[in-house]
Ligand binder design. Structure first.
Ligand SMILES: Nc1ncnc2c1ncn2[C@@H]1O[C@H](COP(=O)(O)OP(=O)(O)OP(=O)(O)O)[C@@H](O)[C@H]1O
Length: 270
């Protein structure tokens, strides 16, 4: 049984991407933690204004791969990456400063992690440090627009000066999404954004992901195959550090090409 990447060569058109523009191209990515290789020569193309889901059993390298896309692995001691990641053609490891890069490629984490600041200041933080405001009044507009875009404004508009940590888990996660979009990124990485949320809060975040893809390119790591099927247009299945299969989400869940994928989606392992 093949475990190797089954992507067609870079030049071959992928049927599921015909109408889509390429946003990110990861090529020949290998990641090592010390001597241990966690990602084995993975190449993956991410399309603009689509949600790409990364699925696979625990420890298969989904989060490690996701973190390569905004150089978050750079902060992990002993972690080494080879290969290239291009964002709109620019090599993010060679041509872009990590701070600039993370303004273009935002991230939402598994556990909602609002800063110990007010709701307003959580959202205003990024625009302030990235110098995105010419006039203090502009900030009010950015905060309101970001909270509205994250589907949270109506719930918090009367308590913007109260701590973000006082919100419910689902609201905190939407606050983190508002914080991510306040700096107007192009790509949003989400690492199991709903795993700490109840089903209602999860449904709200999933609706939000569907809306956000009109404006952003989204890559989401999820343990839930139902979630991948609901929110994504493309799905990539990882196993033991390999990318086994990538394709149109519907195809992956109805007629996967690889036996390993089939085994995982039918619950035979994982
Ligand atoms: N900071 C680290 N130091 C050493 N090894 C690590 C580190 N982070 C991850 N690994 C190892 O790299 C491999 C891939 O881990 P990763 O967290 O990327 O997988 P995952 O598919 O996201 O897992 P999960 O679904 O459980 O979150 C695993 O073997 C893991 O133990």
């Amino acid at each position: 049984m093949s475990r190797r990447l089954i992507l067609p060569p870079e030049s071959a058109p992928l049927s599921e991407t015909v109408a889509s523009r390429t946003k990110v191209v990861a090529k020949d990515i290998e990641v090592f933690y010390g001597d241990k290789r966690a990602i084995n020569n993975i190449s993956l193309t991410i399309n603009e204004n689509e949600v790409t889901a990364l699925i696979g059993p625990s420890g298969c390298g989904k989060s490690t791969f996701l973190r390569c896309l905004n150089r978050m692995n750079d902060t992990i001691p002993g972690c080494r990456i080879t290969g290239s990641v291009r964002l709109d053609g620019e090599d993010i490891y060679a041509d872009l400063d990590p701070v600039q890069l993370r303004a273009r490629v935002g991230m939402v984490f598994q556990k909602p992690n609002p800063f110990p600041k007010s709701i307003y200041d959580n959202v205003a933080f990024g625009p302030r440090i990235h110098g995105l405001i010419d006039h203090p009044d502009d900030l009010d507009g950015i905060v309101q627009r970001s909270l509205t875009r994250a589907g949270l404004y109506e719930e918090v508009k009367d308590r913007l000066r109260e701590p973000g940590t006082g919100l419910s888990g689902g609201q905190q996660q939407r606050l983190c999404i508002a914080r991510a979009i306040a700096i107007d990124p192009e790509v949003i990485l989400m690492d199991e954004p709903c795993s700490a949320l109840d089903p209602i809060a999860t449904a709200r975040v999933e609706e939000l992901i569907e809306e956000l893809r009109n404006d952003y390119t989204i890559v989401i790591v999820t343990h839930s195959m139902q979630q991948a099927a609901r929110v994504s247009q493309r799905t990539a299945f990882f196993h033991l550090g390999d990318l086994i299969e990538v394709g149109n989400t519907e195809d992956i869940f109805t007629s996967p090409r690889e036996a390993l994928t089939q085994g995982y989606i039918t619950g035979r392992f994982g």
